[in-house]
Design a protein around this ligand. Structure first.
Ligand SMILES: [Zn+2]
Length: 302
């Protein structure tokens, strides 16, 4: 069976027990295999009977815990709860709020909040190393309400890709997107460009002073002056991304604390970046979490 392309709802019908959940996480860690020893690369193992989360290498006796070194490390929640949360989060475009998740899984407010943020961290790590290339739209935006002192500035970059339709007409579509919570200053913008884009990319921006002299890329700008037509022709994807992300923050989450906006946007970008293959989302997100470095509750809240 091809697990990688199975819809969340189908997967949930196959995972009923903690044992089944553990087997899924093992497989995600080892690229569909049940075990690969990090010491000797042996694939045969012994399953501890008394410690169901531990497998031991048959050759070198190295022991591995299913959660160790993953985003699930140090969590007391069953892996089945994690898998259900991931499937609920990834089953549609809108995701799920902590309040809704709490109702579905019968866990505390704090557990639901923490679980979703840890998953977001896993997704963030997965996309972190991807670099944008080709033609890229770049702009800054403010999320949240200034009046309530809950505003955060964000830099957003989206690849703009050309393709040719069946009648030979040139069309454009959005490629991969990246987001960074940072003010639109010269320094922050340059940092973002250095981290997120390949050298020599073509970067389209508006005429804001911070974006006019970007280095390492071929930057070009046009004066927008809030002209919707100019925006639509020069920076269409980045603006669609920003307005849809804002609508999502309000629609699903009813606004969020500016302090945590970055992780929410990591989730939004993760889904956006895989929008053409929604059936694979759950499996990919589970794999991302199984391969991500752990994060403590303390550093999540810091
Ligand atoms: Zn071994």
């Amino acid at each position: 069976m091809n697990y990688q392309r199975m819809k969340s709802i189908k997967i949930l019908k196959q995972i009923h027990t903690e044992e089944e959940a553990r087997q899924w996480v093992w497989k995600c860690r080892f690229g569909e295999k049940d075990f690969i020893c990090p010491g000797c690369e042996g694939e045969s193992y012994w399953q501890h009977k008394a410690k169901p989360e531990v497998r031991e290498c048959d050759d070198c006796r190295k022991r591995l815990r299913v959660r160790a070194g993953t985003i699930f490390e140090s969590s007391k929640l069953p892996l089945l709860t994690w898998i259900r949360a991931l499937s609920l989060m990834m089953q549609g475009k809108r995701g799920i709020s902590a309040l809704e998740l709490k109702g579905h899984l019968n866990i505390s407010d704090h557990s639901a909040w923490l679980l979703l943020h840890k998953i977001r961290e896993g997704l963030r790590q997965r996309d972190e190393n991807y670099t944008l290339k080709g033609v890229i739209e770049l702009d800054g935006a403010a999320f949240g309400k200034k009046a309530k002192e809950n505003q955060a500035e964000v830099l957003v970059a989206v690849e703009s890709k050309e393709w040719v339709d069946e009648k030979g007409r040139k069309k454009e579509k959005a490629g991969f997107a990246k987001v960074k919570v940072a003010a639109e200053t010269k320094w922050e913008s340059q940092e973002f460009v250095n981290q997120a884009m390949e050298k020599g990319s073509f970067v389209n921006t508006d005429a804001s002073p911070a974006l006019r002299e970007l280095k390492g890329v071929e930057a070009d700008y046009r004066v927008m002056a809030n002209d919707p037509e100019a925006l639509e022709s020069w920076l269409p994807w980045v603006h669609r991304f920003i307005s849809n992300a804002k609508a999502w923050i309000i629609g699903t989450h009813h606004g969020v604390d500016a302090k945590y906006l970055g992780r929410y946007l990591s989730e939004y970008a993760y889904r956006f970046n895989r929008r053409h293959d929604p059936d694979s989302l759950f499996h990919r997100a589970l794999t991302a979490c199984a391969l991500a470095k752990p994060i403590t509750a303390r550093s999540l809240c810091a």
